[in-house]
Design a protein around this ligand. Structure first.
Ligand code: SAM
Length: 389
């Protein structure tokens, strides 16, 4: 099921972390459509002989990079925002037998290549991330650059095409194949794009709880709730733990860092770790702290939950787990975050979680921690606390 066969390669692909019970594939019809299109369009091989670069943006689990790695004239560049996606790409490249250095893995925060001959864009879920990336990549495009986007029909909106039109040049779409579509854009060097609106900075509302009212928050494109305070986060801010002087506190899945910021301001003696699997999120949290709490004792790390944290290294973990993507994946992610939090906590340490009531996090916490208590609740949200025994 995870086998992707095209004229470029015959691959067995996995997501990260690998889970044999995970029924979800590591590639989809949008990846396949793009790869088949490239075969027809470039029968003599990919363009860019010696001069420029093939860049792949938003390649979810590395299906595109692993397929094309051996065919790019100079090292192919993959640009992504997800640590999990990067780990999957590395595993998929290794399994495909790709040579060391065949692919340069860049994050969305790295300086993009100077010149791109072929730009492949797997349309991201976040329109703002696409906007930011096209702004950052536009200077590397030239009139001969071939730009092809791909996505499932439900992921490509008029606004998506509008961004290509406005930031790259004249844009058209293909017919749909297996519910996927391609986007063809022709770079127009005469375009006036205006400035990149990202990162977006705003001040937290005057009625925001937790001592953060009026504080600036910096949001890089694609970060969770980039233009306002999320209502679940707001609820959590009202009920954060206190008495954290000297405590090692983790903001797990930190997004723009607003929960960690509240702890830093209320508890200057706390030692904070803010961590997320999104490079854009960790950059946002770091910049939020630079703007709002420059003297806080805080570290910022990209990673898969607390998988790399030493056992017993945290006293308190705060978590507003993801809830947006595919339900099965999201539950699995929350479960994994809770399990890793338990391992990272010292005995007697606590995991504090906010969530929509209907998500039933109390059941998962009970299974992992042996129990949990309700700190606060309203008709929509609940804050739970589970102690590592
Ligand atoms: C609901 S948002 C919460 C953001 C922020 N803490 C807040 O309350 O506004 C969940 C966050 O978890 C992050 N995330 C998802 N999977 C993750 C993982 N495996 N490890 C670390 N962070 C993850 C997402 O990138 C996202 O920033």
């Amino acid at each position: 099921m995870n086998r992707l066969t095209t004229s470029w390669a015959d691959l067995r692909l996995t997501r990260f972390p690998e889970d044999p019970r995970d029924p979800l594939r590591a590639w989809d019809a949008a990846d396949e459509y793009l790869l088949n299109h490239l075969t027809e369009r470039f029968p003599g091989g990919l363009p860019g002989a010696g001069t420029g670069t093939v860049a792949v943006v938003g390649d979810r689990w590395g299906a595109l990079a692993a397929s094309l790695a051996a065919h790019a004239p100079v090292p192919l560049v993959q640009i992504g925002d997800s640590y999990l996606g990067r780990r999957a790409t590395l595993a998929n490249l290794a399994r495909a037998g790709a040579e060391d250095g065949a692919v340069r893995l860049l994050t969305t925060r790295d300086t993009p290549p100077e010149r791109i001959d072929l730009l492949l864009v797997r349309v991201p879920k976040s329109l703002s991330l696409l906007e930011d990336q096209l702004h950052r990549l536009a200077p590397a495009l030239h009139p001969g650059t071939v730009v092809v986007g791909t996505g499932m029909v439900k992921e490509i909106h008029t606004s998506t095409l509008g961004l290509f039109e406005r930031l790259v040049g004249p844009t058209r779409t293909s017919l749909a194949v297996k519910k996927a579509r391609l986007i063809h854009a022709t770079p127009d060097p005469g375009l006036s794009r205006g400035p990149n609106p990202w990162p977006y900075r705003y001040e937290l509302p005057a009625d925001a709880p937790g001592g953060v009212a009026g504080r600036p928050v910096v949001n890089h494109a694609g970060v969770f709730c980039a233009d306002r305070l999320d209502i679940g986060t707001r609820f959590f801010l009202n009920h954060l733990p206190t008495g954290l002087d000297g405590a090692r506190v983790v903001d797990l899945g930190c997004g723009n860092g607003v929960l960690g910021l509240a702890v830093a301001l209320a508890e200057p003696g706390a030692e904070l770790l803010l961590t997320d699997e999104s490079y854009q999120a960790v950059a946002s949290a770091r910049d939020t702290f630079r703007a709002a709490a420059p003297d806080a004792r805080a570290r910022f790390e990209v990673g898969d939950g607390l998988a790399d944290a030493p056992a017993g290294s945290a006293d308190v973990v705060l978590c507003n787990p993801p809830f947006h993507s595919h339900q099965a994946t999201t539950d699995a992610t929350a479960r994994r975050m809770f399990r890793e939090a338990r391992r990272a906590l010292r005995p007697g340490g606590e995991l504090w979680v906010v969530g929509n009531r209907h998500l039933g996090h109390h059941v998962t916490l009970k299974r992992i921690f042996g129990g949990c208590r309700v700190v606060a609740g309203d008709p929509k949200f609940v804050v739970l606390r589970a102690e590592r025994r």
